[in-house]
Design a binder for this molecule. Sequence first.
Ligand code: FEO
Length: 397
Amino acid sequence: MTIKITDTVSWIGKVDWEIKTFHGEEYSTHKGSTYNAYLVQDEKNILIDTVWRPFNHEFIAELQQQISLDKIDYIVANHAEPDHSSALPELMKLIPDTPIICTANGVKSLRGLYHQDWNFKIVKTGDKINIGGRKELIFIEAPMLHWPDSMFTYLTEEAILFSNDAFGQHYATELLYNDLVDQAELQYECLKYYANILNPFNRLVDKKIKEVVALDLPIRYICPSHGVIWRDNPLQIVQRYQEWANNYQENQITILYDTMWDSTKKMAHAIAEGISASDNSITVKLFNTAQRDKNDIITEVFKSQAILVGSPTVNKGILSSVAGIMEEIKGLSFTNKKAAAFGSYGWGGESVKIVTELLQQSGFEVITEGLKVLWNPTDKNEKDCFNLGEQIVAAIK
Ligand code: FEO
């Protein structure tokens, strides 16, 4: 499918309503996704990005409906990750000499992924090409938004920023534009995307946005590589990114736990009661890490001022679902958040110490050595859990 955005620019991507997980099994896509490619047709014709390999034949057939492939003057590869580049091998069989514009890191990634020596044209920030009249494509390197190779492409006169992964969402829609879709769904998917993918690069995101804002470019559309095109107040998503990149927090505490015979679960609920009793304006959320989607949990951690993480002791260690989510949390480099561990045990009782160490290694400010309960919590134990809830509230004040 092709949809005209302006007289010269068309969306020529793929809406993937069926995808359930992205990055292999790493990212849940409850709302599907899209792979957005764009065709710019002026005196020069430029294809910006492609789609994921399962859709390559469909994509090339659609592209051929729109333009004779030998009329494409340049392909811009804003980012080499296969969701945007893996139609290239089939496409380049048909137009092997067409220049591919990308960053120096883009060449490394594309060569590494496809083992082809295509006609690469390396660009740096500020490089530009004229595509007809006063219209130019200006390139802006954007390393780690999302890979070292990533870049933005800006089309002058039309005032369109092709931002690739930045400002995107895994959100399937046939409606194309931000103002046409369910706003709550859209905001959630943007936040989830940021929390799970971009959070480790907060500093680079903040720096890049400041750099782009300082260029004072008019922006009529932001065209990312996933999800909707931002045409209604397009800078709203830039402002959200600035908030998210700077120690973003809501008035929320999140409790993560797994449980075998409900002892640790009882502790989690008693802690939640202590939090609410201390300050009932705080949103408290509890997640059984074995039951809930890990990316949705990460989104809630991102929003939180503090987290509590509980596991019973099993085989001198912690339950695997807690270990798994802690590995995710560690990699995402959250900052400025408080934390504490809790858990039940029958003998041994190593879990609380292990979780506490994982929280410290993950950059959390751990407010207590944690709370261990032998066997099932007594009334006294539940009171201690309640007090831990009060303690975590005091710590975030
Ligand atoms: Fe949508 Fe980093 O690829």
